[in-house]
Design a protein around this ligand. Structure first.
Ligand code: ADP
Ligand code: MG
Length: 389
């Protein structure tokens, strides 16, 4: 049974510009509640005591490396696996013992598994026909759904006559036509090449916003998660190590693991010398300098921490800059021209390698620096974070 309620396009409970998103509102009811969920296979723990609330109309991304437990968690939401312990509530209802087909959920698998002998329209119609929806309604809903995924003109084709991106959209239409309240997508764009992935990501966001369905998307691709997500849950070894909005996961990772998993980062080990209310001073032999970070953290004096600096936050110059703090010196070892940006590998006197990226505003930008140049690397106090884990 899936809900046959008409979809209310006006009923968008996600934040408008003036309103806080639901996950920031105190006491807001989650649409999906995952409560201390653990899944063991024999004595191997694939999902380890995860608790997570996901709100209506979110596009939540579970992001993690291979084997981190993403698919296992998704399969428990769909009802294909049952938790060893813990509870899953959807719209306030405990899903324990409820079969997959009786959940207000649909799952789209990585392999789209379209029926090769059926036309696009019949593939999309399949689930509805089985439910005994009237012919005319099936016809009308299929047409509407195909229009939405921009395949209205291809309904008569067979799957093998479509491109990868088009097949992906058929699978999406088929998953959405039964109007699930919760759509689970496991690596939905995995089979697409880079350009098509990017286009499809935006389409996915548009469709999600239009329908007001709550999406949980599994991906191992951090750029994809950054593009798609209202929030990201970063998974490692069966645990969600950080849950935040994409910008916050990137700017304020809570651990070295997250900092290194999401994008590229320079880490400098150091010792906290002074924890002032709005600034921390860190002595870092690894950077060969005293480093300052201007937002408060809770750490003890003498604590060993890591200062994380993103490559694009570092300014590179030949001349000694006016800025005194957070400046280190090194020698350019390697330059990679990446089109829109250049990547520098700079070696510090102590042997540590630092990565710096600079946008290429003009074609000749790269010429200003060359191999073996002695350079200064500086960043602002607010451009780094202190990691204690
Ligand atoms: P991900 O989707 O993040 O790549 P999975 O959730 O598929 O990871 O798997 C997490 C871990 O659980 C892996 O080590 C995997 O081998 C193990 N696992 C998954 N399903 C089973 C199963 N049915 N039996 C035994 N081990 C499993
Ligand atoms: Mg998986």
């Amino acid at each position: 049974m899936t809900s046959s309620q008409p979809i209310d396009l006006q009923n968008s409970t996600i934040a408008s510009a003036s309103q806080q998103p639901l996950w920031k509102q105190e006491g807001a009811e989650p649409f999906l509640r995952i409560e201390n969920v653990t899944k063991k296979f024999d004595d191997f723990t694939a999902v380890d005591n995860i608790s997570l609330d996901i709100y209506k109309n979110e596009l939540f991304c579970l992001l993690g490396g291979s084997g981190s437990g993403k698919s296992t968690l998704l399969r428990m939401l769909a009802g294909f696996e049952s938790p060893t312990s813990g509870r899953i509530l959807i719209d306030g209802i405990d899903m324990a013992g409820i079969q997959p087909w009786n959940r207000p959920v649909n799952m789209m698998f990585q392999s789209y598994a379209l029926f090769p002998h059926l036309s696009v329209a019949d593939n999309v119609a399949f689930g509805l026909k089985r439910e005994g929806v009237s012919r005319s309604e099936v016809k009308q809903r299929v047409a509407q759904m195909l229009d939405m995924v921009q395949l209205g003109h291809l309904g008569k084709r067979k799957p093998h006559q479509l491109s990868g991106g088009q097949r992906q959209r058929v699978a999406l239409a088929r998953a959405l036509i039964k109007r699930p309240k919760l759509l689970l997508l496991d690596e939905p764009l995995g089979a697409l090449d880079k350009k098509l992935r990017e286009e499809t990501q935006f389409e996915l966001i548009n469709i999600q916003e239009e329908l007001g369905v709550t999406f949980v998307v599994v991906t191992h691709d951090q750029e994809e998660a950054m593009t798609l997500a209202t929030r990201i849950g970063v998974m490692n070894h069966g645990v969600i190590v950080q849950t935040d909005e994409p910008h916050d996961v990137y700017e304020y990772p809570n651990s070295r693991f997250v900092a290194e998993f999401i994008g590229s980062v320079n880490l400098f080990e150091g010792k906290v010398i002074e924890d002032e209310p709005d600034r921390v001073r860190i002595e870092s032999p690894e950077a060969g300098a005293t480093l300052y970070v201007n937002h408060g953290i809770s750490c003890a004096p003498e604590q060993i921490v890591h200062v994380a600096v993103r490559p694009e936050k570092i300014k590179i110059s030949h001349n000694r800059p006016q800025q005194q703090d957070n400046c280190i010196q090194g020698e350019i070892e390697d330059i990679a021209y990446m089109g829109s940006l250049s990547v520098f590998r700079v070696r510090l006197p102590n042997g540590k390698e630092v990565r710096v990226t600079q946008p290429n505003f003009t074609r000749s930008m790269g010429d200003r620096f060359t191999w073996n140049d002695k350079v200064f690397l500086c960043w602002d106090e607010e451009s780094s974070v202190v990691l204690t884990a």
